[in-house]
Design a protein around this ligand. Sequence first.
Ligand SMILES: [Zn+2]
Length: 182
Amino acid sequence: MMGSESSQVRKKYCVLDTSSLIKALRKNVLSEGCIYVLPTNVLNEIKDAETRYLLDANKRFFSILGPSKRNLERVLEVARDLGLSKILSETDISVVATALELIERGHDVIVYTEDYAIQNICAFMKIKFRSVLNRKIKVILRVLKKCKVCGELYPEDLSECPFCGSKEYVLERRRISRLNTN
Ligand SMILES: [Zn+2]
């Protein structure tokens, strides 16, 4: 990165998921200090006329970005590791991948999401996140399957116990770490 390339205040890049986008538009809380980035998938999920209208009326705030396949795969891999690959949608994954994309370009990035699974993966990947409604997770979790027959723990994306072959399980949430809340 260049040194003091300009006297301008560096703008924050805010990546919005669908729920936070709708809330931010309806509560009219978009800030001039931010560039709001919408992953292509998020834009495609906006179907209702009111939100479409608000989006159009505020379009100067927004830019659209599709994340690279490499970053999508990176996020998907972490999602699998955390046991969230079935819980997170394709759009959720692309929100986090878009944030990674912007971080790689040297920007200051915050993900806006109300979704605890997205918050969980962001926290794990050390990506800053906020919630429009100010609801944030306090711990990072990993989701695992616990076999009802032999009691072993195994990854959530496996369809049967690798130890005994049973398909009967309960989901277990294990705490990885606690977050500093502020
Ligand atoms: Zn088993």
